[in-house]
Design a protein around this ligand. Structure first.
Ligand SMILES: Nc1ncnc2c1ncn2[C@@H]1O[C@H](COP(=O)(O)OP(=O)(O)OP(=O)(O)O)[C@@H](O)[C@H]1O
Length: 210
């Protein structure tokens, strides 16, 4: 699903990633650990096509969807409308702005919310959801993008242990049941051990097995 070879990225004139090699298979969960500033976020952003690549190549078997740790939702929009943002690429800006969502997209958004355990919470404003529920909406939006490659950057950093486990179990289930590839950065080794098939450590822009 993802194959990276010799990926080098420079930001602000400084090399941040040094010749990264990494493959993630369909159905696999890979956890990225490592100190702050090591380059984990930069790697996910490069895979998503958000930062320029200085050297190397990134092969994707599917579009990638990013799930951020926080500030990921439009606070004043409903959970459902936040999920529908994931369909913007298919629908186009003006139809979305006019709220002229095709019926099939509305049904798909409801199904995505149900798959993350938020059945019935579609109409609720994002800022009236709990932290765990918000993170589930962010995952539902990634599903709405129909991405088979999920890139989750500290998806549970702001959650209590119980909600953190629930969100990670959700990501793991999406890999297991639906064959999605998941690359997730995590600060807590215990959580990485719980979710990951494989754990990697990033230090100063290089990857090592844990
Ligand atoms: N836009 C930018 N311009 C210049 N340097 C940047 C930019 N963004 C990040 N960096 C630098 O790149 C390095 C890697 O940052 P990155 O955010 O990828 O680390 P990280 O491992 O995700 O850290 P954290 O765990 O704190 O999120 C850091 O030294 C950072 O200062």
């Amino acid at each position: 699903m993802l194959r990276i070879e010799g990926l080098t990225v420079a930001l602000g004139g400084r090399r941040v990633l040094h010749g990264i090699d990494l493959a993630v298979a369909a159905g696999e969960v890979v956890a990225l650990e490592g100190p702050s500033g090591a380059g984990k976020t930069t790697l996910l952003r490069a895979i998503a096509g958000l930062v320029p690549v200085a050297a190397g190549r990134i092969g994707r078997g599917s579009p990638a969807a990013l799930v951020f740790q926080q500030h990921a939702l439009a606070a004043r929009l409903s959970a459902r409308d936040n999920v529908l943002v994931g369909a913007l690429g298919r629908i186009g800006f003006w139809r979305a702005a006019l709220r002229a969502w095709p019926r099939a997209e509305l049904a798909e958004a409801a199904a995505c919310l149900a798959r993350v355990g938020l059945d019935g919470l579609g109409p609720r404003r994002a800022d009236r959801l709990s932290g765990g529920q918000r993170q589930r909406v962010a995952v539902a939006r990634a599903l709405m993008q129909r991405a088979m490659l999920l890139l989750a950057d500290e998806p549970v950093a702001s959650l209590d242990p119980e909600n953190a486990r629930a969100v990670l179990d959700l990501l793991r289930g999406l890999a297991r049941r639906e064959g999605r590839a998941v690359l997730v950065t995590l600060h807590q080794p215990d959580l990485a051990g719980r979710i990951a098939d494989r754990r990697l450590r990033m230090e100063e822009g290089r990857l090592w097995p844990v």
